[in-house]
Design a protein around this ligand. Sequence first.
Ligand code: GDP
Ligand code: MG
Length: 177
Amino acid sequence: YGDFNSKIDYVFKVVLIGDSAVGKSQLLARFARNEFSVDSKATIGVEFQTKTLVIDHKMVKAQIWDTAGQERYRAVTSAYYRGAVGAMLVYDMTKRQSFDHMARWLEELRGHADKNIVIMLIGNKCDLGSLRAVPTEDAQEFAERENLCFMETSALESTNVESAFLTVLTEIYMIMS
Ligand code: GDP
Ligand code: MG
């Protein structure tokens, strides 16, 4: 592993933000370890997980940060955002309020992060289609207006999770390289 690590070309810090219970920790578990747990406890302690992948023949270590239950407005500290080159702005597509809060999460993010940060809006829990409370078009419109990438995902069913992280990491790579 020492050998493996010494070949890392880039380390990209990406932060997960959004209301509590939208599925941030499960998206990370799915991406980093291909795991999902139905009764996930509120995140405590864990700061970040890493996953190394190859982009354009380069070894990229993604360091994905998860809020340690700090989702109350303005409770996420500036240390969390420091050095982030990517952000996943996550809402629960079955909870309208979590989408309505995206604007202020974005405002907070832009207040703290680098101006070139790559941001992806994520509507999670698309497996619960019958409970949908946020039309795809509403999110698309918001994303276009704010210049964000957008995808609907399911951490439960693995839909678009890899793709969402890969899109962000590839975009970061194109900016950094
Ligand atoms: P966080 O507070 O944003 O980190 O949210 P969690 O990852 O802890 O997830 C909150 C709850 O939503 C848990 O009960 C998860 O099992 C559930 N959950 C997370 N992602 C999904 C998903 O894609 N589909 C469904 N149906 N449930 C999910
Ligand atoms: Mg969590």
